[in-house]
Structure formats: structure tokens, C-alpha cells
Design a binder for this molecule. Structure first.
Ligand code: C5P
Length: 252
């Protein structure tokens, strides 16, 4: 499988399939598959349906971001990363940067040992700081902010450990791009279309931005869940986001 990343603006869009049943997820995914770059399978769907979820979604011919955010001792993470990277269609998978550089390095080694190097291997991402957390939430777990500094330092550490990119909020994307260079992948969740970026529509996300802001800040991929999943017309909502990406790419 090849990283689905071409000039078409849809390739920048990853839709989070946060469902608790595989049949619902597949039915939903089929409606919008031609309009998206990748589908994200996270803890909810994977816990409910297991590897079958990856197989069925990959069969729609759209790449999969397996968002299981591993965070454990290096040996355990290495095993989990290898298992995840071996599933069909997985183009992106992730671990928590807060697991430290030994754990990140173990994940990197597991991918390169298990799958031949080159364009076809899954890319490993490190989650910097969850987009649901702000400075106050960070302090509560004993980490001094500001979030942007923390996330950028974690990105630099992750790059040194050999990971291919990070998951971070749009607010940190510019600083990370500057610190880590053009080839480092940046994936930004917490994205809310313009008319939904008011606090009422942010759900549990603290650090949100619009699709255009994400692209202009240097994101390679944006992750969108609820604004599409809960839309009255998911196809139209997806199309609107792709058009916003296209417009932003023209000017970036
Ligand atoms: O519904 P919403 O657009 O907020 O969904 C965002 C998705 O991105 C969720 O599946 C969430 O687990 C994921 N995510 C995130 N923040 C991160 C990493 C992943 O919101 N740092």
C-alpha cells in the first residue's frame, strides 16, 4: 500500500470513523469514500470490531490511519506497532510521544524490521499533546506549558527517534514545521469548519481551527470526525471541507 498523498485536495482529508459498530461504520464510509483521502479507525471502533474493521474499511480502497495511540514499555509498543503495521491498508499509525524516545525508537525499529523500507511501509506518527488539552489540563498532569512549546519539543524529540511525523493541533503546526522541516508529516485533528468553530461546536476539543487554517499552517493531513459524522448531509459536509482545502492550497 502507498501513502495516499497526491495533489488532489481530498488526499489531505482523513475522516474519523468513531462508531461503535462495524456495520454502521462501513455503511457510513461507503457514502463518502470517493471524497476522502483516508479513514481513521480509533479506539472505539477497533475495540468493538478488531482487525476486521481495518480489513473491511481498507477494502473500500481508501487508506487507513490506525489511531490506537500506543503508550507502554518499549518492548510492548514494538510488538503492538508491528501487529498494527501488518494489517491491510494501514498507511498511518501512532504512539504517544510522552512514552519517551526509547519507546518511540522501539516503534520505529519494529516498523522497519517488519516491513521493507520504501514508499509502501506504514508511517509512524507520534501524538504530541492531545488537542483536547490546554495549558491548565497539562499543568494538572504535572507538565508546565505553554502547550505550543511542549508540543514542538516533543515533535523534535520524536523526529530524532526516527518517527515520520506527529499528530498535533493546528496552533502548533507552524512551529513544528519550522523546527522539523518540510518532509516531517503533520496531522492535525481538532478541525472545525468555519461556521462550527464557535465554542458551542467544539465538543471536547480545546485547540480547534478551520480546515483552511490547518492547511495554511502546514498540515499534511487534517482529521475530521463529528462535523462530518453528525452532519445532516455527510457527503455535502465532506465536499465543503474538501473545497475549503482546495482553496487554501491555492494560496499556500
Ligand atoms: O470529532 P472530532 O473531529 O473531534 O474527532 C477528532 C478525532 O481525532 C477523534 O477520533 C480523536 O480521537 C482524534 N484525535 C484527536 N486529538 C489527537 C489525536 C487524535 O482529537 N491529538
Amino acid at each position: 500500500m502507498t501513502l495516499t498523498f497526491d495533489a488532489h485536495p481530498r488526499s489531505n482529508l482523513i475522516v474519523a470513523l468513531d462508531f461503535d459498530s462495524l456495520s454502521t461504520a462501513v455503511k457510513f464510509a461507503k457514502q463518502i469514500a470517493p471524497l476522502v483521502g483516508m479513514f481513521k479507525i480509533g479506539g472505539q471502533l477497533f475495540t468493538a470490531a478488531g482487525p476486521a474493521a481495518v480489513k473491511e474499511i481498507a477494502a473500500l480502497d481508501v487508506g487507513v490511519f490506525l489511531d490506537l495511540k500506543f503508550h507502554d514499555i518499549p518492548n510492548t509498543v514494538a510488538g503492538a506497532v508491528l501487529s498494527a503495521a501488518s494489517l491491510p491498508g494501514v498507511e498511518l499509525l501512532n504512539v504517544h510521544a510522552l512514552g519517551g524516545s526509547a519507546m518511540l525508537h522501539a516503534g520505529v525499529q519494529a516498523i522497519s524490521a517488519g516491513v521493507a523500507m520504501g514508499a509502501n511501509r506504514a508511517r509512524l506518527l507520534a501524538v504530541t499533546i492531545l488537542t483536547s488539552m490546554d495549558d491548565k489540563a497539562l499543568l494538572e498532569v504535572g507538565i508546565a506549558g505553554p502547550v505550543t512549546d511542549r508540543a514542538t519539543k516533543l515533535a523534535v524529540m520524536s523526529q530524532k527517534a526516527g518517527v515520520d511525523g506527529v499528530v498535533a493541533s493546528v496552533q502548533e503546526a507552524l512551529a513544528i514545521r519550522e523546527a522539523c522541516g518540510r518532509d516531517f508529516l503533520i496531522v492535525t485533528p481538532g478541525v472545525r469548519p468555519k461556521d462550527e468553530s464557535s465554542s458551542a461546536q467544539r465538543d471536547d476539543q480545546s485547540r480547534t481551527a478551520t480546515p483552511a487554517e490547518a492547511i495554511r499552517a502546514g498540515a499534511d493531513f487534517i482529521v475530521v470526525g463529528r462535523p462530518i459524522l453528525a452532519a445532516r448531509d455527510p457527503r455535502a459536509a465532506t465536499q465543503t471541507i474538501v473545497e475549503e482545502i482546495a482553496a487554501a492550497k491555492q494560496f499556500s
